[in-house]
Write a protein that binds this ligand. Sequence first.
Ligand code: PXP
Length: 246
Amino acid sequence: MIRLGVNVDHVATVRQARRAKEPDPVAAAVLATLGGADGITIHLREDRRHIQDRDVYVMRETVTTRLNLEMATYEEILLIALKVKPDEATLVPEKRQELTTEGGLDVVANESAVRPAIDRLKAAGIHVSLFIDPTDTQVAASAKFGADAIEFQTASYSEAIGAVAVERELEKLRTATAQAVALELHVHMGHGLNYWNVQPIVRIPGVEELNIGHSIVSRAVLVGMERAVREMKQAMTEHYPNPKRG
Ligand code: PXP
């Protein structure tokens, strides 16, 4: 059975839009777990645009499955990871201007930052995954640098238009997965996966885990909207108990 890691970053995006206390990604992580999530994934970005340090510490205490911390190789973030000790750290590229993680981490070009980060995280007992594009050079370097796992960036697949382009991207993912499995790397995938494009990915032999965020958080907002409005209408007409004030 392939594991589903639920990325709750965008619950924090909504919270940070108001610098408020709600919605709390910690609560979302608990509910995702009740829904069957096999793990919780969060990205502590250098600019703290969504997940905050407090979320990482509280989730370390409260996530009962596996906590996967996505992170760039900034020293400040590495020190937090070494202190928090998530079950897994996924090294990702990070640019301030990007809307989301664009492209995989070029582990070959960034060897001088990636290799020591892998060594330090592994020495602390943290499983290390590298978020890379599905190419033979990136897979070979990931194995050589001692990563435990790789996560293939699936954006090119999820953004491909037309059956031919989709099949071409799937073939790249299949080939790279076979290569990674042969090198004894665990294979994860993520980025842009949704309710309509997930099945062909699940069928690739060797895939062990998917990390999905935006599509799940988007659906959660919509499936919850009707009830939220109904409850507000109720609160306008009836006493709505406040746990702090009664
Ligand atoms: N995996 C990694 C490494 C990511 O950076 C992200 C985005 O934060 C995801 C998975 C989830 O992507 P999405 O939000 O598009 O499902």
